[in-house]
Design a protein around this ligand. Sequence first.
Ligand code: ZN
Length: 156
Amino acid sequence: MNNFTFNAKTCLDVNKLTVTPCELCDSAAGQALWQDELCRVVLIEDRDYPGFCRVILNQHVGEMTDLDAATRQRLMRVVFAAEQALRQLMQPAKINLASLGNRVAHLHWHVIARFADDKHFPGSVWSEARRAGAPRPVDRGALQRALHKLLQAVAE
Ligand SMILES: [Zn+2]
């Protein structure tokens, strides 16, 4: 499935006052797994973490509390679906959910499958490496299918 068309203009329209360019507005920022008008789920390229997903809001908004409650809830449903899909496919020791946005102040959630022998465990994936790590491969097609199925089940 390669029908993902990211419309950068959608972001830029609500982003007229922002002077600095934003990589999450200007590009898809990963391989698309799923999208709707609110957000998109992408698989990022990370050699150490093949199942590293990001849920990216399709608007340049900085904080969860900038969104109304219903929108927040919809966004988190997608985050939790990504978590569940990764758990089903990879059986990780732990899922890490993180929303930092210090460098790119555009709401996005990292959803990362972690394993006891990965490069940074038990530290965060942004901490100092503790070992070479043993990256687990992930079947992108299966991940995409799992995600679509889970999100269909929670659709309004
Ligand atoms: Zn942005």
